[in-house]
Design a protein around this ligand. Structure first.
Ligand code: UD1
Length: 432
């Protein structure tokens, strides 16, 4: 058994230019939506990530031919295949729930299991199922599996209890195949929803209002595959900006969409970073010590995203003064804090609030990623920290970051991905 670790030697500024990868959270629903299209769908700028590979496996099982060549993925539905998502796939990628709408749209039946408890706390799917029920889907439980069937899908009015990203996507994907009009109220407004609607409209769908709270979908138009480039990843963009803020230096991003990350750049500016945009390049500079940001609350887009919460926590560890971060979206999203404490941070978590008292500096430590963004936050802290950090459990990072170590290399970061056998790791921890 071997294990990869990232060995980061921090404490020096990051300086350089990088191009932002395609968005994981857009590529996955776009791949799922390709199931609804006749003919071939060609997606460009698809990041090479384990979640994308999991989505390809699911598509192949559902009867698609899904091929990847670099960052281009080609998908063609063959006309027949399974309508089931096996337990293993539901576990491998918890967001496989986003296949529910497209499978029902295409096949009128779908069997899947609960995504299960996860690193961010319980991830219920009640709102997904309630919305599908409203569209005429019958749902029952059989031997622990959820069996969904529909004679036909019908357009209807759906009001979401909370603006869930995944539910909004599932409703849109089912509604394009439904009879009549669906009016979705209190929809999520994330840019990934706009990307999905834009893609589907290019395939022949009739969707208006994506990016606003009310989305109207006129169902029943035939959908034909198209060629489309996935939007840039706003959370990956924020990750590299946060690393520049924490370690100091100058980080320039090509391809980021400044409007998508405004709530984050505003916080980084409030902490003392300078952020400018010129000719499509977004540059963050940080020279002096950062200052605390009194209060940050995670909220649905366009407010501060939950996915950037751990990253900004890592930045604020060394900011002068006291910062409070309140997590309002997920129940259990402070699991990265333990590692930051190991690195010398002063953070107190109480319920949904974290109080960060800025320390003058962090030091390297041996830590393990707890989840995707939590792991990235540990890397951000490691670049700011004096000495060496060994970051383990990289499978979390591989779900969302393409060429993570190489990207930091281009920013001048001292980082290596090393492979150790179990024996070597044991010797290391014994100091041999
Ligand atoms: C998506 C993103 C994820 C991000 C999250 C919030 C993808 C692949 N993932 O996840 O990175 O952190 O949005 O911006 O795009 N909820 C229910 N019942 C449901 C569904 C959701 O109670 O049936 C709750 C969740 O527990 C959570 C809240 O709604 O508290 C928001 O979750 P949601 O917007 O659905 O997140 P995802 O779509 O899973």
């Amino acid at each position: 058994m071997t294990e990869d670790i990232l060995r980061i030697r921090g404490g020096k500024p990051l300086c350089g230019e990088i191009t932002v990868q395609g968005a994981k959270n857009s590529a996955l629903p776009l791949m799922a939506a390709a199931l609804l299209c006749d003919g071939e769908t060609v997606l460009h700028r698809v990041p090479q990530l384990s979640d994308v590979y999991a989505a390809s496996r699911i598509l192949n099982r559902l009867g698609c031919r899904c091929r990847a060549e670099g960052n281009t993925v080609t998908i063609r539905y063959s006309g027949s295949g399974s309508y089931e998502i096996p337990d293993a796939d539901m576990r491998a990628m918890r967001s496989s729930i986003m296949f529910l709408g497209p499978i029902l749209g295409r096949m009128r039946r779908c069997t899947l299991s609960m995504p299960g408890g996860c690193e961010l706390g319980p991830r219920p799917i009640d709102l997904h199922l309630a919305a599908m029920r409203q569209m005429g889907v019958k749902i029952r439980e059989e031997e622990g599996r959820i069996v969904c069937t529909a004679e036909k899908l019908r357009g209807t009015g759906i009001r979401l209890k909370l603006p869930s990203v995944g539910v909004t996507e599932n409703v849109i994907m089912a509604a394009v195949c439904a009879e009549g009009e669906t009016v979705l109220i209190n929809a999520a407004r994330e840019p990934e929803i706009v990307d999905l609607a834009r893609f589907l409209n290019q395939c022949g769908a009739k969707i208006t209002g994506a990016g606003e709270s009310t989305v109207v979908i006129s169902g029943g138009s035939p959908l034909t595959g198209t060629e489309y480039a996935v939007m840039p990843d706003r959370i990956a963009a924020v990750t590299y900006l946060c690393a520049g803020a924490a370690a100091g230096g100058s980080v320039s991003l090509h391809g980021a969409v400044p409007a998508h990350i405004e709530s984050c750049t505003q916080v980084l500016e409030a902490a003392g970073c300078s952020i400018t945009e010129q000719g499509g390049v977004l540059t963050l500079k940080r020279t002096d010590r950062l200052k605390a940001v009194p209060y940050i609350e995670t909220m649905p887009y366009p407010e501060f995203p939950t996915d950037a919460q751990a990253l900004i926590s890592a930045v604020l560890c060394t900011a002068k003064g006291r910062s409070i971060i309140e997590e309002t979206i997920f129940d259990s999203r402070f699991r990265h804090v333990g590692a930051l404490l190991e690195m010398g941070a002063d953070i107190r978590v109480s319920g949904k609030k974290a109080e960060i008292n800025g320390v003058p500096g962090l030091h390297g430590a041996a830590v393990a990623a707890t989840d995707l963004r939590g792991g990235a936050a540990m890397a951000v802290a490691a670049f700011a920290a004096e000495g060496e950090t060994d970051l383990r459990a990289l499978h979390h990072l591989d779900r969302g970051y393409e060429h993570f170590a190489e990207t930091f290399h281009s920013l001048g970061g001292d980082v290596r991905r090393c492979r150790f056998s179990a024996k070597e790791r044991e010797n290391q921890s014994l100091g041999a």
